[in-house]
Design a protein around this ligand. Structure first.
Ligand code: FAD
Length: 512
């Protein structure tokens, strides 16, 4: 008999206190009854990966779940707002486009907006797709506004996420969790105890001889994947033949200019460089393929392309693109880097953490840990990773950087069939063929396809019924509306300063 009160899980152990561990602890401590004990083991000696500062709009789901106040969060984590990612030099030297959050155009006519745009282009409209994205216009002007829910307002087409200081975020979550009763244990995991009959993990012991018993174990141990791989033997599906970058040099620098409301990704000979603006500093990193550049050269290239003075020595990180074949095995669920890694090109790792948490909550087991739940979790995770992988490969593949070995390889390599089919469909008919579970939706695929010169040669026959002149005029009016609206919205720095000037919620509560 399952599902009786007596079968409920009462003790959960989380191994690892990086972003994944503390996000998981925050979500579980908020959603489970108070009589479920949550213990988190982390090692100060080992530390965390310490990067991961750019997010995508799905982060709102998580922050709402844990009951986080947005303005508090912006103050404490020294966050800035993010309207999208600017890609510089990806197609060829001198190219530039924004992958905006939110949508292009406005809904109407029962057709995807971009089909109306393709038809209008065919009928002589010369406006590029970016003219129909308010986020793109705001980003260009360093302005920011939040979306509104009224679909009649052009502001309803916006979407946003944040850049934040990863160590401040982890600290914020940690104090939230400890206030909610999560027990933090400091020490190194020394041993894993397994049940002789079921093979399930029953306890972790630490180098300080503490014994942490549980019925459910969450592996957030980072790239080491100590429970899911080292203990339970989950294999790794290697994608490094498509995603060749395997190292990053990361360094913060002084901020010198206005805070841009977007991440910048600049293609370089052996990879690409990120620029993430925060209130107090700018984060930078060169993600590169070690087969195409030495570590010293990569660090020198990074340092030569900073806005301001470096605030530390460059830090080297190593990784491999791919995913664990099984991320839920027996009573162990891997979340975060322990489950696999896709490079930070589209800021998807924190999303994958929260998506793992969401799946765990909806499939939360009892102490019998029904294997059907694990099978479902693994299937959904596989689909998530596969979709994101294809989207990342598109960035590398659709390039004209002829004569640079990494880029020549990526342009000419065989790509996954699923991605090839999507590119072919788009070229033929402008159709995107997205699945309902795809993380990246129309605007994202359109931004990268168009930004990297993958051009649709046709459009849906349904657009033929549109009157050519009316359609063109409506689109022209929309582009002009966006052009007029953008300069009326506040500067990004003004929005941040207004938040900083307001009293923190906790201070208000204390005063009240
Ligand atoms: P970690 O931070 O490595 O934490 C592992 C934890 O396990 C630590 O607390 C450690 O002490 C503990 N641990 C390990 N072994 C033991 C042991 N034996 N005993 C006890 N404790 C142990 N993501 C984004 O969303 N956006 C980005 O912009 C982004 N940029 C990135 C750039 C780079 C170069 C890299 C490599 C990653 C980036 N990521 C990004 C990913 C992001 O950093 C991670 O997803 C996030 O930090 C979560 O890491 P984690 O908690 O899984 O692992």
């Amino acid at each position: 008999m399952t599902n009786s009160m007596g079968d409920r899980i009462r003790r959960i152990v989380i191994l690892g206190g990086g972003t994944a561990g503390w996000m998981t602890a925050a979500a579980l401590s908020k959603t489970l009854a108070r009589d479920v004990s949550i213990t988190l083991l982390e090692s100060d000696d080992i530390g965390t990966v310490g990067v991961g500062e750019a997010t995508i709009p799905t982060i709102h789901w998580f922050n709402d779940l844990i009951g986080l106040d947005e303005e508090d969060f912006v103050r404490v984590t020294k966050a800035s707002f993010k309207l999208g990612i600017e890609f510089v030099d990806w197609t060829r030297a001198g190219s530039r486009y924004l992958h905006p959050f939110g949508t292009y155009g406005v809904p109407g006519s029962g057709l995807p907006f971009h089909q109306r745009w393709l038809k209008a282009r065919n009928d002589g409209l010369e406006r590029p797709l970016r003219d129909f994205s308010l986020a793109s216009q705001l980003a260009q002007q360093n302005r920011f506004a939040k979306p509104v829910s009224d679909p009649r307002s052009i502001l309803s087409t916006l979407g946003y996420a944040w850049h934040f200081d990863a160590s401040l975020y982890a600290g914020y979550l940690r104090s939230l969790c400890t206030r909610r009763g999560v027990t933090r244990v400091e020490g190194r995991m020394a041993n894993v105890e397994r049940d002789g009959e079921t093979g399930r993990v029953s306890a972790l012991t630490t180098d300080k001889q503490e014994r942490l018993e549980g019925e459910l174990f969450i592996d957030c141990s980072g790239f080491r994947a100590l429970l899911i791989a080292a203990e339970l033997g989950s294999g790794f599906e290697d994608w490094s033949h498509w995603l060749l970058c395997d190292r990053a040099a990361a360094v913060p620098c002084e901020r010198v200019a206005e805070t841009t409301p977007f991440t910048r990704s600049t293609a370089r000979t052996a990879g690409w460089q990120w620029r993430i603006p925060l209130q107090h500093r700018t984060g930078n990193g060169y993600v590169y393929s070690s087969a195409h550049i030495s570590d010293d050269e990569a660090a020198a290239t990074l340092l030569a392309h900073l806005d301001g003075a470096a605030l530390a020595e460059p830090r080297l990180l190593q990784f491999k693109a791919g995913r664990r074949k099984t991320v839920w095995s027996k009573n162990v669920v891997a979340i975060g880097l322990a489950s696999g890694f896709l490079e930070p090109l589209e800021s998807t790792s924190i999303h994958l953490i929260q998506s793992g948490i969401a799946k765990l909550l909806s499939l939360f087991p009892d102490r019998h840990v029904d294997p059907a739940l694990a099978r479902r979790f693994n299937l959904l995770f596989e689909a998530d990773m596969d979709n994101i992988k294809d989207f990342l490969i598109l960035h590398y593949h659709a390039n004209e950087r002829v004569g640079e070995p990494l880029w020549d390889h990526c342009r000419t390599m065989p790509i996954p069939d699923t991605l090839q089919a999507r590119i072919d469909d788009y070229r033929r008919s402008g159709r995107l063929m997205l699945g309902s579970d795809d993380l990246f939706r129309d605007a994202s695929w359109l931004a990268v396809l168009n930004g990297q010169d993958v051009v649709a040669e046709g459009f849906t026959p349904l657009a033929d019924r549109l009157d050519a002149q009316v359609n063109r005029e409506q689109l022209e009016q929309l582009a002009q509306l966006i052009e007029r609206a953008a300069p009326t919205l506040p500067a990004h720095d003004t929005v941040i300063q207004q938040i900083l000037a307001r009293q923190p919620v906790e201070a208000l509560a204390a005063a009240g």
